[in-house]
Design a protein around this ligand. Structure first.
Ligand SMILES: CC(C)(COP(=O)(O)OP(=O)(O)OC[C@H]1O[C@@H](n2cnc3c(N)ncnc32)[C@H](O)[C@@H]1OP(=O)(O)O)[C@@H](O)C(=O)NCCC(=O)NCCS
Length: 404
């Protein structure tokens, strides 16, 4: 690794880093048009480059965001993305050094959490990330004239004009708030890259807004598309790119609207929360097919004490948890976790686990018992396992709903 210099990029080096990232995904360099929208999403101080003989050959970047944790607190979050190493420099430890530098920076910035979306599930556990949110891709047959029973508290739906999207969707997202563990704030650069860029590229995006008694409380952003049914038959599908509501009832109200669309055969939505039971509103639950149930957000507890202290816990006697963190050793140690709070402890450990397993437990996606049964958590005091299950349980399935 001594052949590589790892450092924060200068502003005028960001585009070259973006090209390295895109190249690692087998995509051509950023065009002027796409760079106009994606360029300001990441401040230069948060973009790292790995240099060899003066050229950037690897990069990892992050932007400042925040994430909701069980109990409703919202913590500063580093949203990590644009990770890539040029194909002729891989497997020499470049990513490892980039991750090390980035985690150190996030810690110094005082952000207790970092998260990312992984292209390969085998890469990030070694850096202390664990899957903390999962999502379900569903394809639902439309009702084609059959009535879907009204939902309690059904609100009004209106469609936005295209030129309203860039102002209205961020406003409504902010209004909804980060009410589910895993939900994250979206800075302006995110909206420019994920929404305004697509509008500029003339993608056919449509937004339906839901309004309840207190005003706008949800939206679905979708794109009509034609898909093959058989080699010589095609039909229309609505692809939902972004859908949020202040409550489950609001989101199901949006589903109800989408499923009543004329001239459409299916609605497909990616990464939906596991407790969004759309099949329960259908006349025939068999019309909802789970296409995939997979990993959504990977989480890294960068400051374990601050992260543990910020969430609330279920009713149970405290447990002493010993955490191991190879990359950020200041996190290693024992923590007493209970409904009354979290503190460092000298008591002997009831449970012991690496920091990536703690990330899986943290938002409530998997239980301590599941981690123990799969060898990801060591039990020293058997009675502590049931207590930990109760303490860490979350009442909603964690889900970010934001791709970056
Ligand atoms: C994934 C990627 C960033 C890894 O970079 P790298 O510099 O080769 O990684 P390192 O050399 O630091 O490898 C670290 C470890 O991860 C493993 N690893 C890295 N990439 C891997 C992959 N794609 N599949 C499986 N293991 C991988 C290495 O074998 C190594 O393991 P070890 O520590 O046990 O020896 C690089 O291969 C890449 O750019 N891939 C394409 C783009 C991509 O997937 N980006 C990630 C977006 S989330």
């Amino acid at each position: 690794m001594s052949d590589y210099l790892i450092r924060v990029l200068e502003e005028d080096e960001k585009r070259a880093a973006q090209s390295v990232f895109l190249g690692s995904l087998h995509v051509g360099p950023a065009t002027d048009e796409s760079w106009e929208y994606s360029g300001d999403g990441y401040p230069a101080q948060r973009c790292f480059g790995a240099f060899r003989e003066g050229r950037i050959v690897g990069t990892a970047q992050s932007f400042a965001s925040s994430m909701a944790v069980p109990g409703g607190a919202v913590l500063p979050l580093a949203a990590v993305s644009r990770v890539g190493v040029r194909a002729d420099h891989t497997r020499r430890g470049v990513l490892t050094e980039l991750m090390r530098a980035q985690l150190r920076q996030v810690r110094e910035l005082g952000e207790p959490l970092a998260s990312l979306h992984a292209t390969e599930p085998v890469i990030y556990g070694r850096f202390g990330y664990g899957v903390a949110c999962r999502g379900r891709t569903v394809e639902v047959g439309t009702t084609r004239g059959r009535a879907v029973p009204p939902l309690p508290g059904d609100g009004e739906i209106r469609l936005l004009e295209t030129d309203e999207l860039a102002a209205e969707l961020p406003r409504i997202y902010e209004r909804i708030g980060l009410h589910r563990p895993g939900m994250m704030s979206r800075p302006r650069g995110w909206w420019r890259m994920q929404l305004e860029r697509r509008i500029a590229l003339k993608d056919h995006l449509v937004a339906a807004v839901h309004s309840g008694p207190d005003g706008d409380d949800g939206y679905a952003l979708y794109e009509p598309t034609m898909v093959n049914i058989s080699p010589d038959e095609r039909d229309r599908r609505l692809d939902v790119h972004d859908m949020h509501g202040a409550s489950l009832g609001v989101v199901l109200g949006l589903w109800r609207f989408l499923l009543a669309a004329d001239l459409v055969r299916w609605v497909r939505a990616w990464g939906r929360p596991l407790d969004e039971h759309v099949e329960l509103i259908l006349p025939n639950r068999g019309d909802c097919r789970t296409v995939e149930l997979g990993d959504e957000t990977w989480l890294r507890l960068v400051d374990v004490r601050a992260a543990l202290a910020a969430r609330t816990y279920g009713a149970a006697e405290p447990v002493v948890v010993e955490v191991h963190d190879r990359l950020l050793p200041e996190n290693s140690g024992r923590y007493r976790v209970g409904p009354d709070g979290v503190e460092r402890s000298d008591a002997s450990a009831d449970l012991e686990l690496p920091v990536d397993s703690l990330a899986m437990l943290y938002l409530g996606d998997v239980s301590a018992s599941a981690l123990a049964a799969t060898g990801r958590l060591t039990v020293h005091e058997p009675s502590a396992l049931t207590r930990a299950d109760r303490l860490f349980a979350a009442d909603r399935s964690p889900n970010s709903g934001t791709f970056f």
